[in-house]
Design a protein around this ligand. Structure first.
Ligand code: URA
Length: 241
């Protein structure tokens, strides 16, 4: 018998991210062997206990891991209250069983991971794991040395100082530059906020890699499944076997 925390079992079954599963538990939408359970620490035996969400029995599903080249003009949520196109429409073969890992802004294009492995998604987006994410950002104006040093060493944002980042000036235009930025944390709209804070608003933004994954071979709107090696490597990065 292996006892596991309820929210982890739910996340592994592809219900949602672990955090979202906690919300479902707290909302009283989850039953274990017919009894509503609102305690987050509840331990269950996934092989024996019957867990239901909104009355529906959860079942272990094979894990799916995709890398999608998100085009601009799509939201990275499963449902959009404003009815804008969602990335879910680009991966229709997989239906609603997978969801995006973290976010890319509506206007941002590039690499987006999608999975039904909630535990994996939770760890990849957890700040403690520092999984590198690389962006190509076209910014307005020509940043001087001081601005570039700030971006590298830490920019004061409303949610605190950013941690050290790699920043490389790739191409200089007349009134804009292309920067390659690698972040080891993932805050909301972080690249746009960092560049804005040093006086160089982002004009165009593309994420080119997460950990060992790149966009190679993909056109906007296309996706592929991860290879076993890629999954193993990413799992290693976040302490999963
Ligand atoms: N940083 C941003 O500002 N936007 C994104 O979409 C991703 C990272």
């Amino acid at each position: 018998m292996s006892l596991t925390r309820l929210q982890k079992v739910m996340a592994q079954a592809g219900i949602a991210s672990r955090r979202k599963c906690e919300e479902l538990i707290l909302a009283g939408r989850v039953t274990v062997n017919g009894k509503i359970t609102t305690t987050l620490g509840t331990k269950v035996d996934p092989d024996k206990d019957e867990i239901r969400v909104d009355g529906k029995v959860i079942r272990k599903e094979p894990h799916i891991y995709l890398v999608l080249y998100k085009p601009p003009g799509y939201v990275t949520t499963v449902h959009d209250p404003q009815n804008r196109p969602t990335v879910m429409t680009l991966v229709r073969d997989y239906n609603q069983r997978i969801y995006p890992v973290g976010r890319l802004d509506y206007d941002t294009e590039g690499l987006l991971l999608m999975t039904n492995d909630g535990d994996f998604a939770y760890r990849l987006t957890h700040p403690k794991h520092h999984v590198p994410k690389t962006y190509l950002a076209t910014v307005s104006g020509i940043p001087n040395k001081k601005a570039l040093t700030s971006l590298r060493q830490g920019v004061k944002l409303e949610d605190g100082l950013t941690s050290p980042a790699k920043v490389q000036l790739v191409k200089k235009g007349t009134d804009s530059v292309l920067l390659k930025i690698t972040l080891y944390e993932g805050r909301n709209r972080q690249v746009r906020r960092m560049c804005g804070a040093v006086g160089h608003p982002v004009l165009h933004l593309k994420r080119t890699s997460i950990g060992n994954l790149s966009l190679e071979g993909l056109k906007p709107g296309q996706y592929r499944t991860l290879t076993t090696e890629e999954v193993v490597e990413l799992k290693n990065l976040v302490g999963l076997k």
